[in-house]
Write a protein that binds this ligand. Structure first.
Ligand code: NDP
Length: 248
């Protein structure tokens, strides 16, 4: 069976590291991005330069029509998906709850939660034996914030990731007998551009003393866990929520 994976938010950070590692392990990779096509093209170029198969595919995961179109593009180019990595996610500026407005919450939940639900729905429709599929696996990106709560920074982000944990458990049980495994990876402080996008470019350096291992993690260290979970090596693992946090 062809190994075909769609990585949402595959153009930068943890998603890009996942796309590159999966390609090295023989996966054909669809690299989704929202806005930065040049970054997605660069990931695709490196995969192809190393002899792998990759395509870039634009879609805002919070937009249903765009998600449907993205899955159709992957169907047409690579065939039926065998894995999905629900990685696209956003933070926002550090604020207390009493400073936040509803537009911020809507966008946070639209991208981090509804985007993951939408992509997982389309993946299950292709992978589940109930729909004539041959099975597959889904990895959702949660966050240590789901356990820690994000107080004073982004409780809305933490809540969106707590929902991802519950969703992982429920969907894993729902489709376990249909050949589809569903797991989550819960990263801690990882060195990517997400912190700058929330106005805290130095966040990892400032908080790394709180990590038992006394350092931030790399996108590649998270990718190792994700690529293990999507592959056959994890064939009896479903409903797992794997912390990649240096002990935090
Ligand atoms: P980055 O900000 O470095 O990269 C985000 C990626 O997601 C980009 O490829 C971006 O594409 C894409 N993206 C953003 N919004 C959308 C959208 N609406 N639709 C499609 N793609 C989108 O993030 P990280 O690599 O740091 O994070 C990846 C995941 O890991 C997220 O879910 C995050 O919550 C989680 N995580 C990260 C931690 C960390 O410390 N870095 C810790 C815990 C969890 P484009 O550039 O085109 O906008």
């Amino acid at each position: 069976m062809d190994k075909i994976v769609l990585v949402t938010g595959g153009s930068r950070g943890i998603g890009a590291a996942t796309a590159l590692l999966a390609a090295r392990q023989g996966w054909a990779v669809a690299v989704n991005y929202a806005q930065h096509s040049l970054a997605a093209d660069e990931v695709v170029r490196s995969i192809r330069a190393a002899g792998g198969r990759a395509m870039a595919v634009q879609a805002d995961v919070a937009d249903e029509a765009q998600v449907l179109r993205m899955f159709e593009q992957v169907d047409a180019r690579f065939g039926r998906l065998t894995a999905l990595v629900n990685n696209a996610g956003i933070v926002d500026r550090a604020q207390r709850l009493d400073q936040m407005d509803i537009a911020r919450w809507r966008r946070m939940l639209d991208v981090n939660l509804l985007g993951s639900l939408l992509c997982a729905r389309e993946a299950v429709r292709r992978m589940s034996t109930r729909h004539g599929g041959a099975g597959g696996s889904i990895v959702n990106l949660s966050s240590a914030a789901a356990r820690l709560g994000g107080a004073g920074q982004y409780v809305d982000y933490a809540a969106s990731k707590g929902a991802i944990d519950a969703f992982t458990i429920g969907l894993a049980r729902e489709v376990a007998a249909e050949g589809v495994r569903v797991n989550a990876v819960r990263p801690g402080l990882i060195e990517t551009e997400i912190h700058a996008s929330g106005g805290q470019p130095e966040r990892v350096r400032e908080l790394q003393h709180l990590v038992p291992m006394q350092r931030g993690g790399t996108a590649e260290e998270v990718a190792q866990a994700i690529v293990w979970l999507i592959g056959e090596a994890a064939s009896y693992t479903t409903m797992a929520i794997l912390d990649v946090t240096g002990g935090r």
